[in-house]
Design a protein around this ligand. Structure first.
Ligand SMILES: Cc1cc2nc3c(=O)[nH]c(=O)nc-3n(C[C@H](O)[C@H](O)[C@H](O)COP(=O)(O)OP(=O)(O)OC[C@H]3O[C@@H](n4cnc5c(N)ncnc54)[C@H](O)[C@@H]3O)c2cc1C
Length: 407
C-alpha cells in the first residue's frame, strides 16, 4: 500500500476516518489550510443513488475549496420552494411559496446526485499535495494524552494529534472518544428515487405535506427530478415493490401531475427515519463530523448541509491553531468546536422533529399550529425573508468557508 505516513513513520498532523462527503470536505479544508492530512476510507459497497440539496452557504464553501467548479454542471438550481398542505385535514395551511430573488439570491441552493458530488470531492482531494488518500478500513482508534493511534486493516498504523471521525452513523471514532448518543426512531421510511418527467420543473422544489410525512420533489438538470417520499413502513414496502409503470402512476397521483408523465430511473432506496445526536461533538483529540455527530430525518434537506458546516468549522479551528503553533487537537480547540456546532445542530434537529410530529399528529390543535405557522410565513414578508435567510445561511453558524473566505 502506498501509505507514506504509515510505512515511513512520517505521520500526518490530522487523520480523517471516513471518505463520505463530510469526511472528504473536512480533509480538503484541513489540507488546503496547510495541515498534512491523511484520509482513510473505502468506497461504499453499494452505489448511493440519492441526491443532496445543498444550500447557498454549502455551495459557497465548496466553491472556496475548489470543488464546486468540478461538479456545478451536474447540479440543478432551486430558485423556488413550495410547501403544499396535502394532508386533506380539516385545518389545512395555505400553499407557501418562497422565491430566492426575495432575499437577493439567484438560487436557494443546488441539487446534485451524491455520486457526482463525491466524485468531485475525490478529484479535488487527490489534487492536494498534503492530503494523502488511503483506501483502507480503520480497525481501531485509540486516543492517548498527546496523540490518537489509528490501526488499519492492512496492518499499518498511523498516529496524529487530531482525528476527525467522519465514519458515519455507527461511528467507531465516536465510541473510541467515549461519546454517548441520544437516539430516536420514527415510524416512517423514506423512499428515494430519480425520474424523468414530461413537464418542466422550472427550478422549483415542491414539498407536499401528507399525513405520513413530506413528499418532496427536487429538480435535477434537464427534465429530471429526485423524490424523497416519507411513508409509513408497510405502505413504503408496498410502494417500493411496484413495477416501474405502477410506481410512476403512484408518483404522478401523489404529485397531482405537476410534472406530467413520469419515467422512473433505476436505483430506488429505502431509508428508515431516525435521529442520532452525539452527546458531545469532540473529546480526547477526536472531533466528529457529519453523521458520526448527528443523523436527522431527510426532511428539509438539512443533514449534509450541517455536515459541511461541521467540516468547515473544524477546518477553521485546526488551521488557526496550527498557524499559532498551538496543538491542533488540544482540549480547548475541541471544546470550541463542540460549542460552535451545538446550537446549529440542536435547533435543526428540533425543528425537523417538531415539523414531522405535527404531520403525524391526529390532534387538531397541533395540526392547527402547523397551519397557522405556514399562514404567518405566507403573510408576513419580513418574517418569511428571515426564515429563508436562516434556512440557507444560518446566522449563528457561519464558518469562514461558508462566507467565501479561504482558510
Ligand atoms: C433519503 C435521504 C435524503 C437526504 N437528502 C439530503 C439533502 O437533500 N440535503 C442534505 O443536506 N442532506 C441530505 N441527507 C443527509 C445526507 O445524505 C447525509 O448527511 C450524508 O450522506 C452523510 O455523509 P457523511 O459523510 O457524514 O456519512 P457517510 O456518507 O455515511 O460516510 C461515512 C463513510 O465512512 C466510512 N467508514 C465507516 N466506518 C469506517 C471505518 N471503520 N474505516 C474506514 N471508513 C469507514 C463509510 O464507508 C462511509 O464511506 C439525506 C439523507 C437521506 C437518508
Amino acid at each position: 500500500m502506498s501509505d507514506k505516513y504509515g510505512s515511513s513513520g512520517d505521520n500526518p498532523a490530522a487523520i480523517v476516518v471516513g471518505g463520505g462527503p463530510a469526511g472528504l470536505t473536512a480533509a480538503i479544508a484541513l489540507a488546503a489550510g496547510g495541515i498534512a492530512t491523511a484520509l482513510v476510507g473505502k468506497r461504499p459497497a453499494r452505489p448511493d443513488n440519492r441526491t443532496t440539496a445543498l444550500f447557498a452557504g454549502s455551495v459557497t464553501a465548496l466553491s472556496t475549496l475548489g470543488v464546486w467548479e468540478l461538479c456545478a454542471a451536474q447540479a440543478a438550481p432551486m430558485r423556488v420552494m413550495r410547501i403544499v398542505d396535502d394532508t386533506g385535514r380539516l385545518w389545512r395551511a395555505p400553499e407557501v411559496k418562497f422565491e430566492a430573488g426575495e432575499i437577493n439570491l439567484e438560487a436557494f441552493g443546488y441539487n446534485i446526485e451524491n455520486r457526482q458530488l463525491v466524485a468531485a470531492l475525490e478529484q479535488r482531494a487527490r489534487a492536494l499535495r498534503n492530503l494523502r488518500m488511503i483506501e483502507d478500513d480503520v480497525l481501531s482508534v485509540a486516543p492517548s494524552d498527546d496523540a490518537v493511534i489509528v490501526m488499519l486493516k492492512s496492518g499499518n498504523r498511523l498516529h496524529a494529534p487530531l482525528v476527525i471521525g467522519a465514519d458515519g452513523r455507527r461511528s467507531l471514532c465516536r465510541d473510541a472518544a467515549g461519546i454517548g448518543i441520544a437516539k430516536r426512531e420514527y415510524p416512517q421510511v423514506a423512499l428515494t428515487l430519480s425520474f424523468k418527467h414530461s413537464r418542466a420543473h422550472r427550478d422549483t422544489s415542491t414539498e407536499f405535506h401528507t399525513p405520513s410525512g413530506p413528499f418532496t420533489l427536487v429538480p435535477l438538470p434537464g427534465s429530471r427530478s429526485s423524490l424523497v417520499w416519507v411513508l409509513d413502513p408497510i405502505h413504503a414496502d408496498e410502494i417500493a415493490a411496484l413495477d416501474d409503470a405502477a410506481l410512476a402512476a403512484e408518483i404522478e397521483r401523489a404529485s397531482h401531475s405537476i410534472l406530467g408523465k413520469i419515467e422512473i430511473e433505476p436505483g430506488r432506496g429505502l431509508f428508515p427515519l431516525g435521529s442520532v445526536t452525539a452527546r458531545r461533538f469532540a473529546d480526547k483529540r477526536i472531533a466528529l463530523v457529519g453523521e458520526a455527530a448527528h443523523v436527522i430525518p431527510p426532511i428539509g434537506a438539512q443533514g449534509l448541509n450541517l455536515g459541511l458546516r461541521d467540516a468547515a468549522t473544524i477546518g477553521e479551528l485546526a488551521v488557526a491553531a496550527q498557524r499559532e503553533r498551538h496543538d491542533i487537537g488540544a482540549a480547548d480547540v475541541l471544546s470550541a468546536y463542540d460549542s460552535m456546532r451545538r446550537a446549529d445542530v440542536g435547533s435543526r434537529t428540533l425543528a425537523i422533529d417538531l415539523l414531522n410530529r405535527t404531520l403525524l399528529s391526529d390532534f387538531l390543535p397541533v395540526q392547527g399550529m402547523r397551519g397557522l405557522g405556514l399562514y404567518v410565513l405566507d403573510r408576513i414578508g419580513p418574517l418569511r425573508r428571515a426564515v429563508m435567510r436562516e434556512g440557507v445561511m444560518p446566522a449563528a453558524a457561519q464558518p469562514r468557508l461558508m462566507r467565501g473566505e479561504a482558510l
